[in-house]
Ligand binder design. Structure first.
Ligand SMILES: Cc1ncc(C[n+]2csc(CCOP(=O)(O)OP(=O)(O)O)c2C)c(N)n1
Ligand SMILES: [Mg+2]
Length: 1022
């Protein structure tokens, strides 16, 4: 049977050029195999075959222009249009191999993992008969019929206890819906009373030995405080924090002893984002585990010489320890969310196995004010990230004072998270409150808990038991009676949920067993817990780095640390004997959970750099055909998707700009990742670039969210360590909304040793013409230069881009260098020349000579151009030669940043080796022996090219786009910023006259000829 393959609906385009034919007559092809590539003036897209069969005849040739319905080829097919059976559910053999390799190469060989904690345990409800006893009506002045209220509540309570809370919830929802239908606009509240979400009788009990765990916790608390105090005795400028970890110790310990499974040869590992300034506690535990010694603890915050411990979690500084940089507040939770999402992406793309791994993010309640902290909670719920758990340490304080003195942070967060669709677990009160709450027949205790604000709660813990008796319980006589038999010290012991191992265990247990939703645990704690008068629950707790002897003695007694007064006075660390029950217990627990945490490792295999033919088309001239470097990049990526090693690992990330960059062809070709697939038929389903969402989709379409895109890019670019599989993330964005907007993420990416490509598309202050001031980027390269492991390039021609990209693949993904690439691409269409000979090294080092104008043999100038301004330079050089008899050498500068780095290093070497043989910088190698002054220009601020001024002992001038951008035509913008060919000619002549190489009249003439307004202010002032 013969089939005709026609050009499908290609959207709004007609007469589109065929640039590639990917099959030949006699080829056997499958359905969806690409057969030709079409290119419009903005994008290129492959046309897949609609049938399977053998190609009989091809009816088109390269260069033809085709429209919808034109015949491409005919095929003979046995199965007609029958679709090939898809086997998507099976793990592809290549993936199996990757998983097996990672498992085999993993260095661990630990005993069975303790996975029981992650199995759901159903609790029988044994409290049915008790429920009526507990029911009392809370006094409420608005209640006009308390008896009626009581009856309703009793009915509800009966349902809860006989049929379960879900049935009760269902009935309440029905009631609300009915009331709404009948005209009652009932305000919806996301809040529950200010008590624990998990009732005491439903708590899952910890299997741990509480006595030993308490002792271990005390030692960790002690050593973490001591390391900060000792560092500050050495030099008070070293700093550090005691109060944060003091409030969070239990939250971490329960995780470490019972929940967090390390990476092993059997399991990928849970991923824990520790709160940045709780680092001392994490070191203190590692000390007990024997992973760090006293010497290392004594080197806290002294990292200049090897062996020190970093102030905060910094993988760059402690690459075998820390996994996630979190201390720039707000970034941690967002990165954790996208990490959890990326984990699901890898699972759904069948690149890793689903092992029920979890991502835990610890954050402060003050940190929550950072927009990024809450910025991705909607995504987490939407994507049903049940592998994500936030633990908010609600110690009610931030750095300066209370987080919400006049309100309640836990209640506020409960509303926000529940509204976003999260499972919310409040851990407010510790076990000592349980009997009081059980005896609270009138409901007054909960009422009082509800009405006290955080400012009061903070004061209660700063001022002691008597104060709490008078000011908390004392508000109502009945409440005062409730604690009549309690001493002040008993009242003081009434603990907060976040310090109670039982409550924390129960919350964690529930969190890991929650399905289809992320969980937030809101744990109430005390800042500086145990620090006494010097730092417990007082506004200055955060800054407390010193503890006097009395404070230390108090701390020791409070937690029963087994040290003599003498040892305390000496501020000694304490690690019990290796055979002590504490150390044995601690190690046993970690062994059962697979190993130590945190630990950073990588067992990923390199990705072989694709062969040259993938890039070859970019070495040929495009002839008449004009294209932008953005288009060239997209063509290159399309080609890369044909490389079997690279294709599955590419992770294109786009913040709602695929169409801007001509990437809509990727939608159909590799699909947009969507964990639920596509539940609708897209409006454009008949078109070639239809919007295709699928569970195994490869593109991460992030919506208008550059911060989220960066977080995704970091997750993908560190996958080699967190998932032991090397991925190649390529994040394309408007260059102006890159470093400028999300620079802190880029810094964290460097710290995390992210490998991948950032593509600042539509770059350049005058290249992006009509978009105006907030869109036109004239400084991203300078921002990129601030990140030490970011390698950045501003290529002009397609072959430069190909050379740079290929080298990036080789260095990062084959050779595993911990660098990342920033490449700017533009939207200006022009033709690209054939690749000159022997320019690869220069392209990569940052400059090479692209043209020599030497007709006149009189005066000479060196012209350095970058990005699209290189083309203005070349045209200016022609004018200078033909109209002013000035020769020039034109240099394409692909990276002023790389040239500067080389210059810096060379200069430093020479200064450190006085009298020795001098090294020569690459800039000097290129320009040192050339004739004439230098004029450099780019579409960026002058500072971009000025970077290399010190490394060449010649007159150096620069032009650039300093100032606010604005919308206009490209031509007018270049004139305005004085980077067009006319200004280059005029300035060039003026420079030559300045250097007394030609008469000034030539420059004066040119300024007149090109109507250059000498009185126009600097663009920076306009
Ligand atoms: C982006 C950013 N801004 C400011 C800081 C400085 N800083 C460090 S800790 C802190 C207060 C933290 O309060 P909270 O989040 O409540 O944590 P806690 O120590 O109370 O657990 C501040 C302002 C920072 N690390 N990052
Ligand atoms: Mg806080």
């Amino acid at each position: 049977m013969s089939e005709k393959l026609l050009v499908p609906d290609i959207g709004d385009f007609e007469e589109v050029e065929i640039i590639e034919i990917l099959v030949k007559e006699g080829d056997k092809i499958s359905k969806n195999d690409p057969v030709i590539t079409l290119e419009s003036d903005k994008s290129s897209v492959e046309v897949p075959s609609a049938f399977e069969g053998v190609v009989d005849s091809i009816n088109i040739k390269i260069g033809d222009k085709v429209s919808k319905g034109d015949l491409i080829l005919t095929l003979s097919s046995e199965n007609g249009t029958q679709q090939k059976q898809e086997t998507i559910e099976k793990i592809p053999p290549a993936t199996e191999k990757i998983i097996a390799e990672a498992e085999n190469s993993n260095g661990y060989n630990k005993s069975e993992l303790d996975t029981n904690v992650h199995k759901e345990i159903k609790v029988e409800n044994t409290q049915v008969e008790e429920h009526n006893e507990r029911l009392e009506i809370v006094e409420n002045n608005n209640d006009i019929d308390p008896q009626e209220t009581k009856e309703w509540l009793e009915s509800l309570s009966a349902v809860v206890h006989s049929e379960g809370p879900e049935r009760a919830h269902f009935l309440i929802k029905q009631l609300i819906d009915q009331a709404y239908k009948e005209g009652s606009n009932i305000p919806y509240t996301q809040n529950t009373p200010y008590i624990n979400t998990i009732p005491a009788d439903e708590e899952i009990k910890s299997p741990g030995d509480q006595n030993i765990e308490r002792k271990i916790r005390a030692l960790i608390r002690w050593n973490s405080a001591v390391m900060v105090v000792r560092a500050n005795m050495r030099d008070p400028s070293l700093g550090g924090h005691i109060g944060t970890f003091a409030s969070a110790a239990t939250l971490y310990d329960i995780g470490m002893n019972h929940f967090w499974r390390a990476k092993s040869n059997k399991f990928g590992g849970d991923l824990i984002y520790f709160q940045g300034h709780s680092a001392p506690g994490i070191y203190a535990r590692a000390f007990l585990e024997g992973r760090l010694d006293e010497k290392q603890l004594d080197r806290f915050r002294q990292e200049v010489y090897p062996g020190g411990l970093s102030s905060y979690p910094h993988p760059w500084l402690m690459p075998k320890f820390w996994q996630f940089p979190t201390v720039s507040m707000g970034l941690g939770p967002m990165m954790a969310t996208y990490q959890a999402r990326f984990m699901k992406y890898l699972i759904n793309r069948k690149l890793i196995k689903d092992e029920n791994r979890k991502v835990w993010s610890f954050l402060g309640d003050g940190e929550i004010d950072e927009p990024e902290a809450l910025g991705s909670i909607g995504l987490a719920a939407r994507e049903k990230l049940d592998n994500l758990i936030y633990v908010v340490n609600c110690n009610l304080q931030r750095l300066d004072g209370p987080v919400r003195g006049n309100g309640k942070i836990i209640q506020e967060l409960e509303g926000i998270f529940r509204g976003a669709g999260w499972n919310v677990i409040k851990v407010i009160w510790g076990s000592y409150w349980d009997p009081l709450l059980a005896n609270d027949k009138s409901g007054l205790l909960v009422k009082r808990m509800n009405e006290a604000v955080d400012g009061e709660y903070q004061a209660f813990k700063a001022k002691g038991g008597l104060y709490v008796r008078d000011n908390f319980f004392g508000k109502y006589p009945e409440l005062k009676n409730l604690v009549a038999s309690y001493t002040d010290s008993d009242i003081w012991k009434l603990n907060r949920g976040g310090h109670d191992p039982h409550k924390v265990y129960a919350a964690y247990h529930k969190a890991i067993n929650t399905k289809d939703r992320p969980t937030v645990i809101l744990a109430k704690t005390i800042k500086g817990y145990g620090m006494g008068k010097s730092g417990e629950s007082i506004n200055t707790t955060h800054q407390q780095k010193k503890l006097g002897v009395d404070d230390l003695l108090y701390y020791r007694d409070r937690f029963d640390v087994p040290l003599t007064d003498e040892q305390v006075k000496n501020i000694e660390y304490f690690r019990p004997d290796e055979n002590s029950e504490e150390i044995k217990y601690l190690k046993k627990r970690r062994l059962a959970l697979g190993g130590y945490i945190p630990e950073r490792s990588s067992f990923s295999k390199p990705i072989k750099t694709p062969s040259n033919d993938i890039f070859d088309f970019m070495k040929k001239s495009t002839g008449e055909k004009e294209m932008s470097t953005t288009m060239a990049l997209v063509r290159m990526l399309t080609n890369l998707l044909r490389d079997k090693n690279v294709a599955p690992r590419l992770v294109p990330i786009i913040p709602d700009e695929a169409r801007t960059f001509g990437m809509e062809g990727f939608f159909q070709k590799i699909g947009i990742y969507a964990h639920e697939g596509q539940k609708y038929e897209p409006e454009d389903s008949a078109q070639l670039s239809s919007y295709k969402e699928e569970k195994s989709g490869q593109v991460l379409e992030e919506g208008i969210n550059e911060a989220g895109s960066m977080a995704s890019w970091i997750a993908a670019g560190t996958s080699y360590s967190n998932h032991d599989i090397e991925m190649i993330p390529i994040y394309l964005f408007y260059s102006m909304f890159g470093f400028q907007r999300t620079g802190d993420f880029a810094w964290a990416a460097g710290d995390s040793q992210t490998r991948g490509f950032l593509i600042g598309a539509t770059a350049g202050r005058t290249t992006l013409a009509g978009e105006g001031l907030q869109h036109q980027d004239g400084h991203s390269h300078l921002l990129a230069s601030t990140i030490p492991n970011c390698v950045s390039y501003d290529p002009t021609f397609h072959y430069e881009l190909a050379t740079i990209f290929k080298e990036g693949l080789r260095r990062m993904h084959e050779k595993h260098e911990n660098i990342f690439y920033y490449i700017t691409t533009m939207n200006e269409n022009y033709s690209h020349p054939e690749m000159p000979k022997d320019c690869e090294e220069g392209i990569l080092k940052g400059m090479y000579k692209i043209k020599d104008f030497s007709k006149n043999k009189k005066n000479k100038i060196q012209l350095l151009g970058s990005g699209t301004i290189l083309r203005e330079m070349i045209e200016a050089a022609e004018i200078l030669q033909n109209e002013y008899q000035v020769d020039s050498e034109v240099w394409s500068v692909t990276s002023f940043n790389e040239l500067r780095r080389d210059g810096l290093e060379t200069e430093r070497y020479n200064l450190l080796n006085p009298g020795g043989e001098k090294k020569i910088s690459y800039v000097e190698k290129c320009l040192g022996k050339t004739e004439g002054p230098i004029l450099a220009a780019s579409d960026y601020m002058r500072m971009n090219s000025d970077q290399i001024r010190p490394y060449i002992n010649k007159s150096f001038y620069s032009l650039g786009t300093d100032g606010f951008g604005r919308s206009d035509t490209r031509k007018n913008l270049r004139k305005f910023f004085e980077v067009d060919k006319e200004h280059i000619v005029a300035y060039g002549l003026s420079i030559l006259s300045n250097e007394q190489l030609i008469a000034s009249k030539h420059a004066v003439d040119a300024i007149k000829k090109y109507k250059i307004d000498k009185d126009k202010p600097m663009p920076t002032k306009l």
